[in-house]
Design a protein around this ligand. Structure first.
Ligand code: CA
Length: 362
């Protein structure tokens, strides 16, 4: 009896061990549904979600699939935060600053006027406090947020008339959303937000006098170079970072290895978008220079830049005074940028200045 019982116990242990290591769970597949702000086949931004999904599927050997719905399908391009929070979708691809009216502190995780460059901002996200602070903002909503691709420095926009001084901005109607719109409004501009599909007509008919969008690659497609001669350099979105949003419950359902695969796929796709933007902007800018000699690149005059910088600092101070978490994020960004910029100045900036002067004299 005793021996038989021992054998039975041993057999039970063996069966348990076999079940625990059975490959049945390893073959289980997970499908996450992702809603993106962009329409179908939207270049660069839309390539990023497809790239991320393809990488996740390949790296997981088909165990992790991501199904993408573009805006034509879900009909709520600016409803991504709500849909992912409610669990209607597991994931989203959008931009954090779109949620500023809902959760004001989401504003800080896209790009700030007069803020960090893409390299500096990525360093802040991954080696500074960026990811930690973003978690603090999104966690109460049951959401995780990850960097989702960078546009690089955005252009300051297309103007039909040259801006020679601060007076030329008074009463100017311009499409410029977000914090930058508030800054512009403090220096006399009348900012509005218009959907991209209506921008060309609005500018052509004079409903607006100027518009910003992104940079040469995406601007060229909308045709602004045909109706506006002045293309201003940027100040308001020096490093626009898109965002992958994930419902925390959907994330927690994934096994640890698939979480890591998803994390790596998102991070790699974000980096890919940054360099794809550089490539596409360089090509589009060459096209604009060749085919549209009417386009002149301008930088805002000193008095305009100084007034906007002052207005930006006042707005940041008001925002920091009104909310302890906002203050913590603003302080973190300011301190990080100060140190990072001191190095950027003796490295990237010094090198580019050297090359610029050298090429001028060749
Ligand atoms: Ca923009």
């Amino acid at each position: 009896m005793k021996i038989r019982s021992m054998i039975a116990t041993a057999a039970a242990v063996l069966v348990t061990a076999v079940l625990a290591s059975a490959p049945a769970t390893a073959a289980e597949t997970y499908t996450l549904r992702l809603a993106e702000t962009w329409g179908p086949n939207f270049p660069i931004f839309g390539d990023t979600t497809k790239n991320m999904a393809a990488m996740a599927e390949k790296m997981s050997n088909g165990r992790l699939k991501i199904r993408i719905d573009s805006a034509n399908k879900h009909k709520a391009p600016l409803g991504i935060f709500d849909m992912v929070k409610a669990g209607q979708y597991d994931m989203g691809h959008s931009a954090s600053y779109y949620w500023k009216g809902k959760v004001p502190n989401t504003l800080f995780f896209t790009s700030m006027p007069f803020g960090m460059t893409a390299t500096e901002q990525y360093a802040w996200f991954y080696f500074g406090d960026g990811m930690k602070l973003m978690k603090e903002v999104y966690e109460p909503h049951g959401l995780l947020s990850f960097p989702g691709g960078n546009t690089g420095v955005q252009m300051g926009g297309w103007f039909r008339k040259e801006i020679k001084s601060l007076d030329d901005l008074k009463g100017l109607k311009m499409r410029i959303p977000g914090f930058a719109g508030e800054v512009f409004s403090k220096v006399g501009v009348n900012p509005t937000n218009i959907a991209p599909g209506e921008l060309y007509t609005a500018l052509e008919r004079g409903t607006i006098d100027a518009t910003e969008w992104v940079g040469p690659a995406l601007d060229l497609r909308l045709g602004f170079q045909q109706i506006a001669d002045y293309y201003y350099t940027g100040w308001h979105e020096p490093a626009t970072e898109l965002q992958f949003l994930i419902n925390e419950k959907s994330w927690n359902k994934l096994p640890k290895d698939l979480q890591e695969i998803l994390r790596v796929a998102m991070r790699t796709a974000a980096y890919d978008m940054y360099i794809q933007s550089t490539d596409a902007n360089a090509k589009a800018w060459a096209t604009i220079q060749q085919d549209y000699p009417n386009v002149k690149v301008k930088t805002f005059p000193d008095d305009v830049i100084k007034a906007m910088y002052k207005a930006n600092n006042e707005l940041l101070a008001e925002t920091a005074a009104g909310d302890p978490l906002a203050r913590k994020i603003i302080d973190s960004q300011e301190k990080y940028m100060k140190d990072a910029r001191a190095y950027t100045n003796i490295s990237d900036r010094a090198y580019l200045n050297t090359m610029y002067e050298l090429n001028k004299t060749q």
